[in-house]
Design a protein around this ligand. Structure first.
Ligand code: M6R
Length: 603
């Protein structure tokens, strides 16, 4: 949720540290701060506001130091105040920490240390970490031992790092159920809550596992297990992404840049090794029960995939929102759980996977972020390779995930029905055409969608409607509009709309219909009946379809006439553009909408 960064180096780190923080800002943007060691003392600069605002006020990058840690916050415990901003200092000012996650037993620990005379300056759960480090150092006079003793006292999820004048050339850090990566450079070592923290400086990455801690100095690192004290040997992963991908590249927003990358990411997924896809198909085939899970857009990806899988295999696969997994899921060793996640760090999705694993189920995931917890923890992972997605809204990553699951469906379908090989080859060829159709939408329809957005931006209540797979598409479309415009958008099937919600329809209520091609006769006819029902009640209707101009719609986005199999993918791309342009008109904070964060690593 929050962004963590740290650098220890032969050279001054302050400029790099603040740059690295800016690259992590999408993880949280209530407040931010840095801490350096200078002349044997800790120097902290922090405040509420965005990184550029705080940099302008507090000059975060002015100090010259070869070691520093930094944090950008998404508030959980304690309001958005300067006191609650990280880094946090211990009572005697000898340890400074940055923390991501939630320390669930912080109240008990706080009470205990208060009795020992420790005073607390913030309302956060995080400050306890600094105090505990200091408390345990007082007992042992050993920084590493103080870290281990602190780890043993903490409950909850955390990734934290500390620097201290007691050992002024090292960063100490650890993690438990919250991400933490190490970046290995020739003359500098880095830490980060994701690889955007240091991808500009090094492409050599190590993922810390739960229960491990690391000690970094300018020459290298050592990783140990906090329970056994034993050193862990780790292979370094080399990242192939270009740092350029984390830059806006001339687009006004990352969201627009990333929508424009949709053709490329679909192409990339189509090039992923067939063995990886075949292995997932095999796992599905061997399982007695299969669940697809995720949160937010990633969950909607699974719902869209559910329709595709049904079409390709003739079988029904369960989808379940990850946060409800433990409540209704039924798993044993014959169960397979397939998670979808851009970040690979989403708390609810990781919890669902752990819950399934604990009951003997097999796990797999489609993940974008290299080095993420999920990519390491599952039995089989498909790394989708869509490159960094910086906008808090997931667009290109989501589309690529759908395609990865369609490929899996094609593989499965070919296995179940070898006699239909030609048909499956045809589906493959159609998917390969998707990038060119989406490119056509980007090139030819962006202007029209923008014009429509400028006409409809004032409508604050929306229904997003569809039938069949177009219902699943409407779920994603509504979420995109909601999170970036702050307008209310609710999605449901065309059929369901008649059973209550239709009473909301009047001239103030907008409806977006995702209309299937006419070739899908029944779906198309039924959807158009729903359009008529809304029009008959004076509702405003925006139609997204691929047919001829239809005067029934108040506004319409006419998509290229692509093969029906890939039409839902085109609708997704159009819905992303629509949300973007409405948000532009409303002057929203597009890449960092209010209250959101890129990866939600807390319950
Ligand atoms: O990192 P994940 O894909 O696991 O994230 C899941 C959701 O938090 C995410 O999709 C969220 O709904 C996005 N803001 C959607 O644009």
């Amino acid at each position: 949720m929050c962004g963590i960064s740290g650098i220890v180096s032969y050279k001054n780190v302050s400029k790099r540290l603040v740059k690295s923080l800016s690259n992590l800002e999408y993880r949280g943007y209530d407040s931010c701060g840095v801490a350096y060691l200078r002349n044997g003392q800790i120097e902290i600069r922090k405040d509420i506001g965005t990184i550029s605002e705080v940099e302008a006020r507090e000059r975060l990058s002015d100090p010259v130091s070869c070691i520093g840690i930094a944090h950008t916050r998404w508030a959980t415990h304690g309001g958005v105040t300067k006191a609650n901003a990280h880094p946090h200092l211990s009572y005697h000012q000898n340890f400074v920490i940055i923390h991501n996650g939630i320390i669930s037993n912080f109240r008990e620990l706080r009470e205990e240390l208060s009795k020992q005379g420790y005073e607390f300056k913030s309302d956060t759960d995080s400050e306890i970490v600094a105090q505990l480090l200091e408390y345990h150092y007082e007992q042992t006079k050993d920084v590493e031992q103080a870290l281990v003793d602190t780890i043993h006292r903490l409950e909850g999820s955390y990734a934290f790092a500390t620097i201290t004048p007691y050992d002024p050339e090292r960063i100490y850090c650890t993690r438990h159920e919250s991400p933490l990566l190490i970046g290995v450079g020739p003359d500098s070592q880095y830490i980060g809550s994701d690889l955007n923290a240091f991808i500009e400086y090094t492409k050599n990455l190590i993922t810390l596992s739960d229960g491990e801690y690391a000690i970094l100095d300018k020459d290298g690192y050592v990783i140990k297990n906090a329970m056994t004290g034993r050193e862990a040997q780790r292979e370094i992963t080399h990242i192939s992404w270009d740092a350029e991908i984390s830059k806006k590249g001339g687009y006004p927003h990352f969201m627009l840049k990333e929508i424009h990358e949709e053709p490329q990411v679909v192409h990339t997924v189509m090039q992923l090794e067939s063995e990886k896809i075949a292995k997932l198909a095999e796992m599905i085939n061997e399982a007695k029960r299969v669940y697809l899970t995720g949160m937010g857009t990633a969950y909607y990806v699974t719902v869209i995939a559910q329709y595709y899988l049904a079409q390709l295999t003739g079988k029904f696969y369960n989808t379940l929102c990850a946060d409800e997994f433990e409540n209704v899921g039924e798993f044993d060793e014959d169960t397979l759980v397939i998670a979808v996640s851009q970040s690979g760090e989403t708390y609810d999705t990781l919890s669902a996977l752990r819950c399934a694993k604990n009951r003997g189920a097999k796990t797999a995931a489609v993940v974008n972020m290299l080095g993420s917890t999920m990519s390491h923890d599952v039995d089989h992972v498909i790394m989708q390779g869509s490159g960094s997605e910086i906008c808090v809204l997931s667009t290109k990553a989501a589309l690529a995930q759908v395609v990865a699951l369609i490929r899996t469906g094609i593989e499965l379908g070919s296995h179940f029905s070898p006699d239909q090989a030609e048909e499956f080859d045809q589906r493959r060829r159609e998917i390969l055409q998707t990038p060119q159709y989406i490119q056509q939408i980007l090139d030819e329809l962006s202007g029209i969608i923008r014009l429509i957005a400028n006409k409809i931006y004032h409508i604050t209540n929306w229904l997003f409607l569809g039938r069949g797979i177009y219902y699943a598409v409407s779920l994603e479309g509504a979420l995109k509009l909601k999170e970036v415009t702050y307008h209310h958008a609710e999605s449901m099937t065309g059929g369901f709309m008649k059973h209550g919600t239709i009473s909301l329809i009047d001239s103030q209520m907008g409806s977006v219909f995702f209309v299937p091609p006419e070739t899908e006769k029944k779906l198309h006819t039924d959807t158009m009946s729903n359009v008529e029902e809304i029009k008959a009640r004076g509702g405003f209707v925006l139609g997204v379809h691929s047919g001829p101009f239809n005067p029934l719609f108040d506004q319409q986005i006419i998509l290229p006439d692509a093969p029906p199999f890939i039409m839902p993918l085109l609708h997704i791309a159009a819905s992303h553009l629509l949300a973007y342009f409405v948000a532009v008109k409303l002057r929203r904070n597009i890449d960092k909408p209010r209250s959101l964060a890129k990866s939600v690593t807390v319950p």
